[in-house]
Design a protein around this ligand. Structure first.
Ligand SMILES: *Cc1c(COP(=O)(O)O)cnc(C)c1O
Length: 454
């Protein structure tokens, strides 16, 4: 095989392992094929294999990670990459990625500096904090805080806040890895201030409050607010760490979405340290932001784990650009996709749904039964578990094609379209679909049923 002209030609353009792998895949394909092609001679086999070679090499080079169209309505979808970045952040990433940058270089003195200077002032002015630190993600932020402030000592947590966030971030496990000892207080549904007070000993280093990002407890419940816990902490001289999870810099209650404090509001309740994610409600890149009192944050910056958990230059550039947009709140809502999608009115989502239906019909319709239906989308991403935003979906089915097959075809398309099936209909929630994605989406819908028909 390797001596054939076609292969030698392929070898002059592609690395040998790529070509060999492609040939192996073709051979495997024919070996496993139930109905082998009707060829007899060696030569016929060889030419059949070789005719598939360019296509197979191209398949092998296809990207694994790529864009998808999110028609789930889940704005901060962890499996779909969480927050889409604002254009300003994308430009900033591209600039520092392409060339050299003053990442840790002080242009004024010509000496070494810290990468944090590019975001620190912005974070302080947006949150009102005394001091700020940034690491790779919020899980890293919590780990660093626990290791830096409580290693070898006790951390008190309510039994109602021993949470698991998707992707195996579990408070008890993070605690173990940090070297701090978890002390559970209260019960699953009710925890009072006296529960914390009674559990405090000479070994207590921190009182930890964890945001219930992805679930809620209802019924006969009681919990201690960050404010009350901070008052207790101040009285006993024990710092309070609040893992806020989703860090809003924009006050969503202004847009009628209540129940999520901004980082500034959270800090005003008095905890010594608050940690938040960069790519949840903040709408920026993956990052973990630590804000709080100087004497608590300063040792974290020097902690050896800080180096291992540091944010990379592209994340930092994107974070700085996103934070800068917050200087003007109206601009932030327009330019930061997460904020724009969260606050998008029902009317504008409805208009997008109608546009999609019109496009599909103009394309012939392919027998698709389409309707526009009201629904509820969720913020997702471990943010606002009680919030559901009124939305509009395009619901579709087909008399001759099962919706499960349509869903699978859409998922396998280019780009893949991610939708969900509810009560026998495929629902496309238009809150998370951009206007400029409508042509592709309409074409994907038509292709999904047309392919199936032939
Ligand atoms: C999301 C979340 C985390 C993890 O944050 P990442 O940025 O995904 O690492 C930790 N704690 C809470 C409360 C969260 O909501």
């Amino acid at each position: 095989m390797l001596a054939a002209d076609e292969v030698r030609q392929a070898l002059s353009v592609h690395p040998r392992p790529v070509v060999v792998d492609a040939i192996r895949r073709i051979l495997d394909h024919f070996r496993s094929e139930a109905a082998a092609p009707p060829v007899r001679s060696r030569e016929e086999w060889a030419s059949l294999l070789l005719s598939r070679l360019p296509g197979e090499i191209a398949t092998g080079e296809e990207e694994s990670l790529g864009r998808v169209i999110n028609a789930t309505g889940v704005v901060i979808h962890t499996n779909l990459g969480r927050a889409p970045l604002p254009e300003e952040a994308i430009r900033a990433v591209s600039l520092v990625a392409r060339g050299y940058s003053n990442l840790e270089f002080d242009l004024a003195s010509g000496g070494r500096s810290s990468r944090l200077v590019h975001v620190e002032k912005l974070i302080l002015s947006l949150t009102g904090a005394e001091s700020a630190h940034v690491v790779n993600n919020n899980a890293a932020a919590v780990l660093l805080c626990l290791a830096g402030l409580a290693r070898g000592r006790d951390v008190l947590v309510s039994r109602g806040e021993l949470v698991e966030i998707g992707g195996s971030f579990r408070i008890p496990d993070i605690m173990t890895e940090s070297g701090a000892a978890l002390v559970e207080v209260g019960t699953t549904n009710r925890t009072r201030l006296t529960d914390y007070e009674r559990a405090v000993t000479g070994r207590t280093a921190l009182l930890l409050k964890v945001h219930r990002s992805n679930f809620r407890i209802t019924g006969f419940t009681e919990e201690v607010s960050a404010g009350d816990l901070s008052t207790l902490g101040d009285r006993l001289g024990i710092p309070v760490l609040e893992d806020l999870g989703s860090g809003a810099l924009f006050d969503f209650s202004v847009a009628g979405i209540a129940g999520t404090p901004t980082v500034r509001q959270a800090l005003r309740q008095g905890p010594g340290i608050v940690t938040v994610s960069g790519d949840k409600l903040l709408g920026g890149p993956q990052a973990g932001i630590i804000v709080g009192r100087r004497e608590l944050v300063a040792p974290l910056k020097k902690h050896p784990l800080s180096r291992a958990l540091r944010i990379d230059k592209m994340g930092l550039a994107a974070l700085a650009a996103t934070l800068r947009l917050y200087a003007d709140e109206r601009r932030a809502v327009r330019r930061i996709p997460v904020l724009a999608m969260m606050t998008d009115g029902e009317g504008s989502v409805l208009a997008r749904a109608r546009k999609l239906v019109r496009r599909v019909r103009r394309g012939g319709g392919a027998g698709l039964l389409l309707s526009v239906e009201k629904g509820l989308s969720s913020p997702g991403g471990g943010a606002m578990p009680d919030v559901h935003l009124p939305t509009v979906c395009v619901a579709l089915s087909h008399p001759a094609v099962r919706v499960e097959d349509i869903e699978e075809r859409l998922r396998g398309g280019k780009p893949p379209v991610i939708a969900r099936i509810v009560r026998g209909k495929l629902l496309l929630d238009m809150r998370t679909v951009r206007d400029d994605e409508l042509p592709e989406l309409a074409a994907a819908l038509l292709a999904a049923v047309e392919k199936k028909a032939c």
